[in-house]
Write a protein that binds this ligand. Structure first.
Ligand SMILES: [Zn+2]
Ligand SMILES: [Zn+2]
Length: 814
């Protein structure tokens, strides 16, 4: 056994740490190890075993946690590539790749002691506690902690700190004073998993009065002995609502119980999934199949307009891969994993599929990870981090809606799962398919440059016609009606017509809440978040003001916070107000709303879409969420009330995003052979993003947008990085960004443009003041070398690593 090991520990430092290996401990590269780090014990990943004694005195490894690697050679290599490409600490990259924190993380709990209760009691009486070195502010926090704990058994540290905003030092002080007690709880104790089981109430249930779906469900349950996991029932081809109806009628009971391995699971049905393909779909499938068969890296861009049947192509290719005994991964955007796709996956792949979505707990995520690693699931579908699934013999990765910004992680490591997927496929000699109706400029450009093979699906399935798009100029509407309108006369007429014909309508306004701005007419100031330089949004039903950037909540003001005037006005319209307006205009219509306020989880999302599909709603109002539902069958009218607001933002991707959103939402119009109609209200009617979207002209838009990108040296012609310097103290943010600005000035950086320092468009966010630099270069290597030198300079100047954010291939520059 070598004497030393290099360990990647999940801390914000761009380095690995060397430890001595005591006799008797067997380590493996790619396995986890427990090591002392500062005052703590931390787990890390062994990246190298060697015999090179380091110059400084080393600490000893405490214990090995794995007998075999949790990251195989390929994933280790991929992690190092991510650390290098995105300039992220390698330990933090590995932590992101492994959803195993639930396994060895110990949680720390706090509870109040008798002394603490006494202190609280004394503080409640008149006369303050004896003289103290603590500031009044610190004492306040202490009593907030005691108050909070007094009402509870014990509280997890994260929760306590999050709620009371108490600092670590103050907590330790309180433990020392014996006001509170600290205990370590092994995570295993609360990992006992609960599951939902459907139980048939009576075996003799008459099935006469049931409809077909209900009968299928009841019979399935009866056949399985009257008890089946609710999750397993989802693979049946019946709507979710069927189960709830039967529960309401008392035929089925839902019970929650600890997972019992003897609970019967449904056997996967013999795949009845038959694909009937158009010529274009067949061609796409053949091209992908041939690439897979070659066992070499290949990239394909599958450009298929909305409704062209991309998903069926994905599933057929993945099934073929599975039949060859190899593995595949399907990546979908956050909200994209709707029940239709999940049900299809279950139907085609039975137990061979692992679905990783954001609703999973840490323990469930770990369980799925082990299933995949054991080879029990060779088909993986999931959001961003599924790109790290530990499958063996990877043959195919598909990235659906590859342009979606949810593939970019907005915290360290700031990787883009689409680009990581391409790199993983390269390392594995696998095939990567990027699918989209509106490919990103970068991917489309790569296809044009023959880096990817371009495969087109130019028609909607069954030759369904594309919707007609009519633009309504809202400036003209204002001139003609003399007032600011939310819903134009044209849109109102069209909605009325559809409702009379009992057809369905969808209205998009990409902004949630009731009113986005509170304005004082006396002094002209707006109500800003106390943590961010951002307007607070009024939420009427929940009677609060909310910051959409940090979540801060405040009460609704009756006076101006600046001048005390009572003339405060709520300005602008969000989706909540739009719903109310439409209710007023069409009192008979049944209207649903889909945005982050009405949708708390995947179930709410499914529920709203089911209601629409089953005809329980006439109209659905919402943010971009409504543009993304995979299983919206289409409505005959789509109204776009505010989708072009982004065009006013200082962001070079604004036109691209707007074009994509408009195209997506327009794709929802049209049901069966009935062509749909889109009414597109805009204040930017001459903007090319609006014009090309209205004409369904992708090629035209890309052509025009590429000219702009070339002219401005933006991607795909330049690599771009956003360097953000942040601090809660304004003078620190200014000093640090000034220092780095001067360093950039005097450092040679030929072929790299450095803009800044400048105040970020959002100058204050989550209490931090923010300054930034934007770097552009045709040479990624040069740019990353400069960034690395900048980080070294920042470290030498003692600027904390966590306050210098490097965002390579930044998606948002705000
Ligand atoms: Zn005022
Ligand atoms: Zn805020």
């Amino acid at each position: 056994m070598p004497h030393f090991c290099d360990v990647a520990v999940a801390v914000p430092l761009d380095m690995v740490f060397t430890y001595a290996i005591p006799p008797g401990i067997e380590l493996i590269v790619g396995g986890r190890v427990l090591v002392p780090f500062r005052q703590q014990r931390m787990s890390g990943i062994v990246v190298e075993l060697h015999d090179r004694p380091p110059k400084v005195k080393t600490k000893k490894v405490i214990e090995a946690l794995d007998l075999s690697p949790v990251l195989d050679e390929q994933l280790l290599k991929l992690g190092k590539w991510i650390a290098d490409y995105y300039l992220a600490p390698v330990g933090e990259v590995f932590r992101t790749m492994l959803p195993l924190s639930a396994e060895f993380k110990r949680s720390v709990m706090y509870r109040i002691t008798d002394d603490g209760r006494m202190a609280l009691h004394l503080a409640g009486m008149s006369g303050s506690p004896a003289r103290s070195k603590r500031t009044p502010e610190q004492q306040l926090v202490e009593f907030r902690v005691l108050d909070y704990l007094a009402e509870r058994e014990s509280v997890r540290e994260e929760r306590l700190r999050g709620t009371t905003r108490v600092g670590k030092a103050l907590l330790t002080g309180m433990v020392r004073k014996k006001w509170i007690a600290r205990e370590d709880v092994s995570a295993a104790q609360d990992a006992a998993r609960l599951v939902k089981v459907a139980v048939l109430r009576s075996a003799e249930t008459s099935t006469k009065k049931l409809n077909e779906n209900q009968r299928t469900l009841v019979e399935t349950l009866a056949a399985a002995g009257g008890r089946v996991l609710v999750e397993a029932l989802r693979s049946l081809d019946v709507p979710r609502t069927t189960l709830s109806t039967l529960v309401r009628r008392g035929l089925i009971e839902l019970v929650v119980e600890p997972q019992d391995l003897t609970t019967p699971k449904l056997k996967p049905r013999q795949s009845p999934f038959e694909f009937e393909f158009s010529a274009a779909q067949k061609n796409a499938r053949t091209k992908i199949g041939e690439a897979v068969a070659s066992h070499k890296f290949a990239g394909l861009l599958l450009h298929g307009i909305t409704g062209s049947g991309k998903t069926a192509v994905y599933l057929a290719c993945m099934r073929e891969v599975l039949e060859q005994g190899r593995s595949s991964i399907l990546l979908v955007p956050e909200i994209g994993l709707t029940p239709a796709v999940a049900a299809d996956l279950h139907q085609v792949f039975g137990d061979e599929v692992a679905i990783l979505h954001s609703g999973l707990s840490n323990a469930e995520r770990a369980e799925q990870w082990h299933r995949i690693r054991r080879g029990e699931a060779r088909v993986v579908a999931g959001t961003r981090s599924a790109v790290f699934a530990p499958v063996s013999d990877l043959a195919l990765i598909i990235v659906d809606e590859e342009q979606d910004s949810s593939y970019k992680q907005e915290e360290t490591p700031r990787y883009n799962a689409r680009d990581v997927a391409v790199m993983r496929a390269k390392m594995a000699g696998a095939v990567v398919v990027l699918g989209s109706a509106t490919p990103s400029l970068e991917s489309y450009y790569n296809a044009k440059k023959n880096k990817y093979t371009l495969v087109e699906l130019p028609d909607r399935v069954e030759q369904r016609p594309l919707p007609e798009v009519e633009i309504v100029d809202m400036r003209q509407e204002f001139q003609e009606t003399g007032q600011e309108q939310v819903i134009s006369r044209k849109l109102a007429d069209e909605i009325r017509e559809r409702l009379e014909k009992k057809e369905q309508v969808m209205v998009l306004l990409n902004r949630r809440g009731y009113s986005p701005v509170v304005l004082c007419r006396a002094c002209g100031k707006t109500l800003q978040c106390q943590n961010c330089a951002v307007s607070m949004t009024h939420h009427k039903r929940e009677r609060k003001m909310e910051c959409h950037y940090c979540g801060h909540v405040a009460r609704i003001p009756d006076k101006c916070a600046h001048c005390g005037s009572e003339y405060v006005y709520f300005v602008g319209t969000g989706s909540e107000k739009l719903e109310e307006l439409l209710h007023g205009m069409f009192p008979q219509a049944r209207i649903g709303r889909l945005d982050r306020d009405t949708v708390r989880g995947r179930e709410d999302f499914e529920h709203a879409l089911n209601a629409l599909n089953e005809g329980a709603l006439d109209m659905l109002v919402g943010t971009q969420m409504i543009a993304k539902g995979h299983d919206i069958h289409g409505v005959t009218l789509v109204g776009v009330v505010g989708a072009d607001m982004a065009l006013g933002l200082p962001d070079f991707r604004a036109a691209e995003r707007t074009f994509q959103l408009l195209t997506q939402v327009a794709g929802r119009a049209g049901r069966g052979q009935t062509p749909g109609k889109v009414i597109l209200q805009t204040y930017f009617q001459d903007h090319y993003a609006v014009q090309f979207a209205a004409r369904h002209d992708f090629a035209g838009f890309y052509e025009k947008e590429l000219q702009f990108r070339a002219w401005m040296h933006y991607p795909p012609y330049s690599a771009i990085a956003n360097v953000l310097i942040r601090s809660e103290k304004l003078d620190e943010a200014l000093t640090w960004s000034g220092e780095l600005g001067r360093w950039f000035e005097k450092t040679k950086h030929e072929g790299i443009r450095v803009l800044g320092p400048a105040a970020a468009p959002i100058t204050r966010l989550k209490r931090d003041y923010r300054y930034h630099f934007i770097l552009k270069s045709p040479s990624r290597e040069k740019m990353n070398a400069l960034l690395r030198a900048m980080l070294a300079e920042a470290a030498a100047r003692k600027i904390p690593r966590t306050q210098v954010i490097v965002d390579v291939d930044a998606v948002w520059l705000m």
